[in-house]
Design a protein around this ligand. Structure first.
Ligand SMILES: [Cu+2]
Length: 210
């Protein structure tokens, strides 16, 4: 056999092994991908959702954290640059950030096995963003993704979603993606997997209790 052919066979076998490894490692936490990629939402509506946390979401701006006391959690996550975030929240921000119920990159505290229904809306006028949950703690590299749902540092992704395109401020519409997931007890992080974003601080912690 020619060396090129042997290398190709090895690459295919390794690829298949990698895919099944990622698939089986992902079985711990439950994740249902969204079906609404490409949905547009008025920017006004996104901001008013962010400003009206549900009654079971207790927002503590002093320590930048939100305590959820429900097993059915609606999580509205806005993504944007730091200037827009500072204008919207009055908090300090740097780089690209998540804004959740009035806070910048807050720590989310919730009970285990809650059903979390996340609505991610990109209010950035120029950048692509997403919202992905991982058990891999910071710091993050420029390229967090190794391929599929595996991270560069060896951790795994508990959720995955496409990048949302920038919002259009001339039509006042933003792109939205929704999905549902649950987390077992432990420490997790939500990050943006766009190259450089998590590396520069676009992440927050999720603490899942009993
Ligand atoms: Cu981003």
């Amino acid at each position: 056999m020619k060396p090129v052919f042997i290398i190709m066979v090895i690459a295919i076998v390794l690829g298949a092994l990698g895919a099944s490894y990622i698939f089986f490692q992902h079985e711990g936490n439950n994740y249902s991908p969204g079906s609404t990629y490409g949905t547009l939402v008025p920017i006004d509506q996104a901001i008013s959702l962010m400003r009206s946390p549900p009654s079971y979401a207790h927002v503590f701006s002093k320590n930048d954290s939100i305590v959820f006391t429900s097993h059915q959690i609606d999580l509205v996550v806005l993504t944007m640059g730091h200037k827009r975030a500072e204008n919207l929240t009055g908090m300090n921000a740097s780089g690209n950030v998540f804004v959740i119920y009035g806070l910048v990159n807050p720590t989310l505290i919730m009970p285990s096995n809650a059903q979390i229904h996340v609505t991610v809306i990109n209010l950035d006028a120029g950048d692509y963003h997403n919202f992905v949950v991982t058990s891999q703690p910071p710091p993050y590299q420029y390229n967090v993704m190794m391929g599929g749902m595996q991270m560069m540092g060896g951790g795994k992704m508990d959720t995955m979603m496409p990048y949302l395109p920038p919002a259009d401020y001339s039509t006042e519409q933003a792109h939205q993606y929704q999905y549902t997931f649950t987390l077992n007890q432990g420490e997790f992080w939500y990050i943006c997997t766009f190259p450089g974003h998590a590396e520069n601080g676009m992440y927050g912690e999720i603490v899942v209790g009993e």
